[in-house]
Design a protein around this ligand. Structure first.
Ligand code: FAD
Length: 341
C-alpha cells in the first residue's frame, strides 16, 4: 500500500528548519513499494527527491515541485559471520546513530568514530560520511539501490560506489537516479582497529581516566566531543559542515604559507594537502557574522545557521559570498558539502 500525499510541509523534516512544501510526498517502509509507486504513470516524470533525515539538504525554494520519497525502510539482519567479521544488511531508513549504538553494543567494530552523525543509514554512502579519522566506505561491503528509470534493484559492490572524500557515485553521476534501500556492512568482531589519533579523542580518554580502549570508550568520547563543539539542530537550524575541506597542491600550500605562516594543513599524499575550510573562513572574518535570520555559527566557522524563519536562498547567498571571499583572499575554491535543492 502506498499513501501518496499532496502539499506536505517539510519544515520539520530538514535540520535547517527551512520551510518548503512538497507537491507530492510518500513514505516508503518496504523496498517493493518503490515499484508500485512508479506504476502510477503520472509520477514517472516528476522530479524526485529521496529524503532521509534532511540533515544534509538546503531547500532554496518554498515549493519542491515534484515527488519527495521519505525513506523509512527499517531492519538489521545478520547476513553471515565468521570468527573475525560480521556482515549486516541494514534498512536505509534506520537512524545512523542508532545503528552505531547497536554496533557498539554488539561489539562490532568499524563505525564507532562516526557516532552522533545525524541522518539515515541510506544517506551514509551518499557522501561517504566521515569524522574523527574514519569514513563509512571502509565498512561498506555493498549498497542496494532502486533505479527509478529502469524500475529495478541493483547491488553496487564497494568498488562501484566511487567513494571519495565526501563523495560517491550516488552524489555525482547517480544523483537523483537511485533510492538506496539497504546497505551491507562488514564489521570486525575482534582485533578491532581502534582509532584514537584524530580530533582530541585521546585527550578526552586521558582526561576521563579511561585506560582500557574499547569501541564504547571511543564512541562515548566522540559523542562528548561532538556535543561540546557542534550546534544541536534541534536548537539551532544547521546541516553540519557546509563546505568541504579543500585539497591543494603542496606547492600552492608552500607559497601560501609564506604569507600566512599559521595556515594549518593535513597531508593527503606526497603532493597534496588539505586545508581546513573553517580556518580559511575564520581568517576571512566570517565566523559569528549574522545577516538578519541566517549566519555563520559563533563557535564553528564551517557551520552556517538558520536562527529561525531564515530562508534557504539567504543561506545559499551567504555561502556564495563566503566562497568568493575565500577565493579572493587565498586563491582556494571552497566546494559545498550540503546538497542544494
Ligand atoms: C549537526 C550535524 C553534524 C554533522 N556531522 C557530519 C559529520 O561529522 N560527517 C559527515 O559526513 N556528515 C555530517 N553531517 C551531515 C549529515 O548528517 C550526513 O551527510 C548524513 O549522512 C545525511 O543523512 P540524511 O539521512 O539526513 O540525508 P538527507 O539530508 O535526507 O539527504 C542528503 C542527500 O542524500 C540523498 N539521499 C538521502 N537518502 C537517500 C537514499 N536512501 N537513497 C538515495 N539518496 C538519498 C538526498 O536526496 C540528498 O541529496 C552533519 C549534519 C549535522 C546537522
Amino acid at each position: 500500500m502506498i499513501h501518496l500525499q499532496e502539499n506536505i510541509d517539510l519544515t520539520l523534516l530538514n535540520t535547517f528548519g527551512l520551510q518548503c512544501t512538497a507537491r507530492y510526498f510518500v513514505s516508503i517502509q518496504k523496498a517493493e513499494q518503490l515499484k508500485a509507486l512508479l506504476e502510477l504513470d503520472f509520477l514517472q516524470k516528476e522530479t524526485k527527491l529521496v529524503l532521509g533525515g534532511g540533515s544534509n539538504l538546503l531547500f532554496t525554494k518554498n515549493i519542491f515541485d515534484g515527488l519527495v520519497i521519505k525513506n523509512e525502510i527499517k531492519g538489521i539482519e545478520i547476513l553471515k559471520e565468521n570468527d573475525d567479521h560480521c556482515w549486516l544488511k541494514v534498512g536505509a531508513g534506520e537512524g545512523w546513530h542508532d545503528f552505531v549504538l547497536y554496533c557498539v553494543k554488539q561489539q562490532l567494530g568499524g563505525v564507532e568514530n562516526l557516532s552522533l552523525i545525524p541522518g539515515s543509514v541510506g544517506a551514509a554512502p551518499m557522501q561517504n560520511i566521515g569524522a574523527y579519522g574514519a569514513e563509512v566506505k571502509d565498512t561498506i561491503e555493498s549498497v542496494t539501490a532502486f533505479e527509478f528509470e529502469k524500475g529495478t534493484f541493483r547491488d553496487f559492490p564497494n568498488q562501484e560506489c566511487a567513494f571519495g572524500y565526501r563523495e560517491s557515485y550516488f552524489k555525482n553521476e547517480g544523483k537523483n537516479r537511485y533510492f538506496i534501500t539497504h546497505v551491507c556492512f562488514k564489521l570486525s568482531k575482534r582485533n578491532h582497529i581502534i582509532k584514537t589519533e584524530y580530533g582530541a579523542i585521546k585527550e578526552f580518554l586521558t582526561k576521563m581516566n579511561i585506560n582500557e580502549l574499547s569501541l564504547k570508550a571511543v564512541s562515548d568520547a566522540v559523542i562528548a566531543i561532538r556535543q561540546s563543539k557542534l550546534p544541536d539542530p534541534a536548537k539551532i537550524g544547521n546541516a553540519g559542515s557546509f563546505f568541504k575541506n579543500p585539497t591543494i597542491t603542496l606547492e600552492q600550500y608552500e607559497i601560501l604559507k609564506q604569507k600566512h605562516a599559521a595556515m594549518p594543513m593535513f597531508a593527503v599524499d606526497a603532493l597534496h594537502v588539505k586545508v581546513p575550510a573553517a580556518w580559511l573562513i575564520e581568517q576571512s572574518g566570517w565566523k559569528g557574522k549574522t545577516f538578519d535570520k541566517v549566519g555563520v555559527h559563533t563557535q564553528q566557522a564551517l557551520v552556517l545557521v538558520n536562527y529561525g524563519h531564515g530562508k534557504g536562498k539567504d543561506i545559499l547567498e551567504l555561502a556564495t559570498k563566503i566562497q568568493a571571499n575565500v577565493e579572493s583572499n587565498f586563491g582556494i575554491k571552497l566546494n559545498m558539502e550540503v546538497n542544494i535543492v
